[in-house]
Ligand binder design. Structure first.
Ligand code: ADP
Length: 302
């Protein structure tokens, strides 16, 4: 059985429905990516999520939701004195803003019982994490995670990293840049969003972003750029992949996550980068036409 493993945080999501009412769901960047990969991968693939969960009623519901989607949480530690992180979406016309309560979430303790995580990493064909995964850990756990991934990822397996830069999760911008660069330096695949990289690393063009990550050692760099073409730098060769316009865009939440999930699923099955970009863009094109982070599976299988 082949395995894709994602390491990160899933939160409770509260979004406005009618006046005074809220809908509840679950979301978080790495989990969202696994959701889209799960939808596209056959049953011969094991999709696994490593996080930290409490044992309160909400944590139990969250875990059930993830496992009912066919994503295993078996390696994740139970952090009995912690509860899930939570965020709320506010709508002001078409403008969305977010409030977060995640400073003491169970997921921040995902490095508890690291030996179980390393065992899972050693059996995985692709391991995925993001800058958010690293931002929520203590400095020590962040270092342990990166060193452990470097030492335990199988030589023929892929380590994939999305910097997903969220400055408000980091209290020191220099450290943020250092940690993101270190994570990229141990990864084969790096999947940045140009808009963020431009602001926080000062890249003038998507080519600059790709070259910076190549210089750190990555061999497959996929620079997402919203509606603009996706830039790929693979084994030293640049290629540009235009995004097919879609009509009916309502919500770009999780565009990058759905792109990543579609990309991994195709790459793992065909090892064809150009084909994987097509699948990724198509998956993201569907995602942006739905409200919320997760498109129901029945709407994803073409
Ligand atoms: P992130 O969500 O990480 O900022 P982007 O905004 O760059 O990522 O979007 C990721 C991908 O989603 C793009 O590469 C593209 O394929 C798709 N996408 C984003 N916005 C649109 C849009 N308005 N129309 C069609 N596809 C889009």
């Amino acid at each position: 059985m082949s395995t894709i493993l994602g390491i990160g945080e899933c939160m409770v999501e509260l979004s406005p429905r009618n006046e005074g009412q809220l809908d509840k769901s679950f979301a978080g960047d790495v989990f969202n990516t696994l959701w889209y990969a799960r939808a596209a991968l056959g049953s011969e693939w094991n999709v696994a999520f490593h996080s930290g969960f409490g044992n309160d009623a909400m944590s139990i519901k969250m875990k059930e939701f993830i496992e009912n989607a066919g994503i295993s949480c078996a390696s994740s530690p139970i952090i009995s004195d912690r509860v899930p992180g939570l965020y709320m979406i506010h709508l002001d016309g078409a403008e969305r803003s977010f409030s977060y309560w995640r400073d003491t979430s169970a997921a921040r303790k995902l490095m508890q019982d690291a030996e179980t995580l390393w065992a899972k990493v050693r059996e995985s064909d692709l391991v995925f994490l993001s800058g958010i995964t690293l931002a929520i850990l203590s400095d020590t756990d962040c270092e342990r995670l990166l060193n452990g991934l470097r030492d335990n990822t199988r030589p023929n397996a892929k380590l994939a990293f999305d910097p997903n830069i969220r400055p408000r999760l980091w209290n020191d911008m220099d450290r943020m840049r250092t940690v993101i660069s270190k994570a990229a330096s141990i990864s084969n695949i790096v999947m940045p969003s140009f808009e963020d990289e431009q602001v926080w690393f000062g890249d003038a063009t998507p080519e600059d972003t790709a070259k910076r990550y190549q210089a750190l050692g990555a061999t497959q760099i996929i620079v997402k750029n919203g509606e603009d073409a996706t830039l790929v730098l693979h084994d030293g060769e640049f290629s540009l992949h235009p995004v097919t316009p879609v009509s009916g865009v309502v919500d770009t939440t999780a565009a990058g996550d759905s792109f990543n999930g579609g990309y991994f699923a195709e790459l793992l099955q065909t090892d064809d980068v150009a084909q994987a970009i097509k699948s990724a863009q198509s998956c993201a094109g569907t995602c942006v036409c739905f409200n919320g982070a997760l498109v129901p599976f029945e709407r994803l299988t073409s």
